[in-house]
Design a protein. Sequence first.
Length: 269
Amino acid sequence: MRQVTSKDNPIIRDYQKLASSRKHRAEAGRFVLEGVRLVCDAALSGARFSALLVTGEGCGRLGSRLAALEAAAAETVQIDHRLAALLAQTETDQGVFAVCEGRLWRDEPPAPGALQKGALLLCSLQDPGNVGTIIRSADAFGLSAVLLSADCPDPASPKVLRASMGAALRLPLFRCPDPGKTVQALRGQGIPVFAAALGSGSLPADAVCLGGAVVAIGNEGAGLPETFCDCCDRRIILPIAPQSESLNAAMAATVFAWEISRAARGGAV
């Protein structure tokens, strides 16, 4: 394990650029991870690291797990507190960082049969925390995947990764350049697609069978476009108290994920 002490070292500069630039992550085919849990989860998922960066304290926190992480890394370097503070995206870093090879999403559409346990389709969401939370919920309730329009936050961004608590490393994620065409393709495979939106003919979520279905969640402020909703099988809503205007996008998606999971287990609909 060699030591790196300069903030101008190529490994340090590359890490910072990957952490801050979606474009650089896409072009380089790499992304960064911070913290014991995320880095260890990635290794357990079979990820490979082009670089593992640890402080002395980070080595202590990892203990016997360090050997497995080093085996997954092309290079391991030791950094000091000053460099760790430069790399950290959290208020108090754990002294463990990694540059991970590959991408988290798949550009090809889901293959027939790939969404048997249902999925969520995220359209033009803006908040990375919401996207990460939704991915975490979909993973927790056993959904097959999360599909994301191209203008959603990058699943490999540090904020999404932290909010997903590592779920983005496990759950299949699909990038959908044109959500409308994605809906048409899914329906062509016999997969029902529901728009989470108010409108004429909207039904409560528990009035339809969501087993094996895809539920589309729209932008936090604007919701789903009318033209998109018209492409779906129908619109569904979550009945809420009259005095409540709406639910946060991540909370609504979590409830829909539960309903999809419940239906897949044969629960009452």
